[in-house]
Design a protein around this ligand. Structure first.
Ligand code: NAD
Length: 505
């Protein structure tokens, strides 16, 4: 199981296939001077790009989407090889959502970014509107678990909003980002508009220090905290999309078949390396045993192995260190009384990094596996007395990215969803809304600051500027300007009383 992914070499970053250990290629590591140079080139290219309308920019990116459609099979194979996810996951969670996002925003960019009138309720003789101006250069720092959909999706949004982009992909997955840039250049986009810098955290740090006009960071809570601090010191606006510990609350009336299928996919897709993975399941005692039995049966049917095969359900672990993290959390749980219902170990038959899909029962809320982000193929199940206790435990976390509620009662499902402390709560579904660009994606608590996607996510890639103007010409003086006098004072007092008297409210 030997695979070494080099991140510390001074000049070259090598990429390996996590399923086989085979080398895939290498890229030069970007030096701090080159980071500053990339930013300067991007800044220059952005000026011309910003002179196009949002719709024109969307139309230019449509050409990139056409290339992706043509080369989709090859793109899926590249993602699968470098990241370890299955071919089908590469298609449904990376390529398809990116193509959809380009088309979604491309068609609507003019509408979303058109100036917005603000009706003034009191000062009727004046007018106000907001207009959206590209920020300039957006720095994107990305993780390895979705090496295409996350950095390229954010790049598309930043570009459609009129910015240039400097992207630092994860040091674990440098090649797929490089492919995306070359495809964008082939599609006719100016080469300098989208820059890629390669390397580890030190290159990410250099990007922030080069002072782009905005940073979008996706990654761990620790990394996000450091980046947010560095941005704060420079007053650079920053969005942080960080870790998750998604709870699934199963109500006794849940449709068990759908619930179990959703939990299996939510726990093991991308080998559990998803910020929105199902990381803890709360099952009331009345359904607990049935749920465990059904889930274990389903999980035993999953086929783990070669991610490039169309018939594989569960692929490889991308980050080697995750193998130890996952094993440590399982061992700690077992030492404290948890029961391994299936899985529980690294798959030693393979040359690459594979961890068996694992279901743990008899887990309690205080175990590390119930509190820390696992980021691997493990579903811990916690038996609770009732749904109220499940809700209390679900909210007992420092993270709040996504959460899931399962019930046949749609009204109850929504009411319960509103009480869960998470940026997104899905009823009878898991993980899917990242692939719906009209919905916002964001964490609360330590899961992050700000958001991506949705109309407002696109606007967030712009400066929001306010213009205030006169609607009625010829008024020589506003009432509150100099000179002050008793008469004006009394006049304003009278107006205030009329405006805010009970009747006028
Ligand atoms: P990470 O924090 O180790 O690294 C993320 C990126 O930040 C990498 O490119 C890394 O080189 C860079 N980086 C790290 N420290 C930095 C620093 N101090 N300054 C500048 N750049 C720095 O995270 P990871 O292991 O790549 O990703 C896994 C984590 O990402 C998990 O916690 C997962 O939940 C989270 N994640 C969150 C979302 C979301 O949308 N909320 C999506 C995907 C992944």
């Amino acid at each position: 199981m030997a695979r070494s992914k080099t991140t510390k070499q001074s000049t070259v970053l090598e990429s390996y296939n996590p399923a086989t250990g085979e080398p895939l290629g290498s890229v030069p590591v970007t030096s701090p001077d080159e980071v500053a140079e990339s930013l300067a080139l991007a800044r220059r290219a952005q000026r011309r790009w910003a002179s196009l309308s949002p719709g024109e920019r969307g139309a230019r990116l449509k050409e990139f989407s056409k290339i992706l459609l043509r080369e989709a099979d090859d793109v899926c194979a590249r993602i699968s090889a470098e990241n370890g996810k299955t071919r089908q996951e590469a298609l449904i969670t990376e390529v398809l959502p990116t193509v959809d996002l380009i088309n979604y925003y491309g068609k609507r960019a003019d509408k979303f970014l058109k100036p917005k009138k603000i009706p003034l309720h009191l000062f009727k003789h004046r007018g106000s509107y907001i207009h959206y101006v590209p920020r300039g250069v957006v720095g994107i720092i990305a993780p390895w678990n979705f090496p295409f959909a996350i950095p390229i999706g954010e790049t598309i949004c930043a570009l459609i909003a009129g910015n240039a982009v400097v992207l630092k992909p994860s040091e674990m997955t440098p090649l797929i980002a490089a492919y995306a840039r070359s495809a964008m250049i082939r599609s006719g986009l100016p080469a300098d508009l989208f820059q890629i810098i390669q390397g580890g955290p030190e290159v990410g740090k250099a990007l922030v220090e080069a002072e782009p006009d905005m940073i979008c960071f996706t990654g761990s809570v620790n990394g996000g905290r450091k980046v947010a601090e560095a941005c704060g010191a420079r007053l650079i606006p920053c969005v942080t999309e960080l870790g998750g510990k998604a709870p699934a609350i199963i109500c006794p009336d849940a449709d068990m078949e759908r619930t179990v299928s959703a939990l299996a996919w939510g726990g093991f897709a991308n080998s559990g390396q998803v910020c929105a993975s199902v990381e803890r399941v709360y099952a009331p005692a009345s359904i607990h045993d049935d749920l465990v039995n059904r889930l274990v049966k389903k999980v035993r049917e999953l086929r783990q192995g070669d991610p490039s095969s169309f018939d594989t359900d569960v692929g490889a672990i991308c980050l080697p260190q995750q193998m130890d993290v996952v094993q440590e959390l399982i061992d700690d749980a077992v030492a404290n009384g948890a029961v391994v219902e299936c899985g529980g170990n690294a798959d030693s038959r393979s040359l690459g990094y594979f961890f068996e899909p694992t279901v743990l029962s008899n887990v309690n809320q205080n175990m590390r596996v119930a509190r820390e982000e696992i980021f691997g193929p493990v579903i811990p199940i916690i038996k609770v007395d009732d749904v109220e206790t499940a809700l209390e435990y679900a909210n007992d976390s420092h993270l709040g990215l996504t959460a899931y509620v399962f019930t046949r009662d749609r009204r109850k499902g929504r009411a319960l969803a509103e009480k869960v402390e998470a940026g997104t709560v899905m009823v009878n579904d898991v993980m899917s809304t990242y692939g719906m660009p009209e919905t916002p994606w964001h964490g609360i608590k330590n899961s992050g600051i700000g958001f991506v996607h949705s109309e407002d996510g696109l606007r967030g890639m712009c400066q929001m500027r306010h213009v205030h103007y006169e609607r009625i010409p010829g008024i020589r003086r506003e009432l509150w300007w100099y000179p002050y006098s008793r008469k004006t004072y009394q006049g304003i007092m009278k107006l205030m009383r009329v405006a805010f008297s009970k009747r006028s409210l």
